[in-house]
Design a protein. Structure first.
Length: 172
């Protein structure tokens, strides 16, 4: 999980899974390529971590591009927005451990905000995007997920309840 210039540095993430004996035998050699992490005996786990990381990466970048497009309509350039966006991303990343506890427990008490409240903010983002002439597909998708969860009776729960929208396949 690295861009080519990162290979050979600590920034390169090398994910391994499969028999531990194989990992132990090659760990030192692989460590030359980057930071090596052994994930467990399941040989497919490294691939799933890679896909999960890509989901995070594309989602964060697309959110930043959505915000950048909105601000460009007011003459704000991407470089000016980037530090603010970084602080937002860092703040949101700080929520992950608590959200992970809720997901793992399968209980989503609205400790900060109820999904119904979040959905109103999502609607605002859709409206602002449309009013500014910015593509609103991404915020509409996010609101669609929330609307389905609310229709299923989860409006009073906290945002991580949307995990159910991701574990339920709607493809094909």
């Amino acid at each position: 999980m690295a861009i080519p210039p990162a290979i050979g540095t600590a920034e390169a993430v090398i994910l391994l899974s499969g028999p531990h004996a194989d990992f132990a035998e090659h760990e030192q050699a692989l460590g030359v390529l980057g930071t090596v992490t052994y994930l467990g005996a399941d040989p497919g786990l490294a691939s799933l971590y890679d896909a999960a990381g890509l989901a995070m990466m594309w989602s964060v970048l697309n959110a930043w591009l959505q915000g950048t497009a909105l601000l460009r309509t007011a003459g704000v350039d991407a470089a000016t927005f980037a530090p603010f966006a970084r602080e937002i991303a860092t703040g949101v990343a700080g929520w992950l451990p608590g959200y992970a506890e809720q997901v793992d427990r399968g209980a989503f008490p609205a400790e900060v905000s109820a999904l119904e409240t979040d959905a109103r903010a999502m609607a605002h983002l859709v409206e602002e995007s449309e009013a500014a002439g910015v593509n609103a597909e991404l915020p509409r998708l996010i609101k669609t997920l929330a609307d389905r969860a609310i229709a299923a009776g989860h409006g009073g729960e906290q945002y991580p309840v949307l995990i159910e929208e991701f574990v339920t396949s709607r493809d094909g």
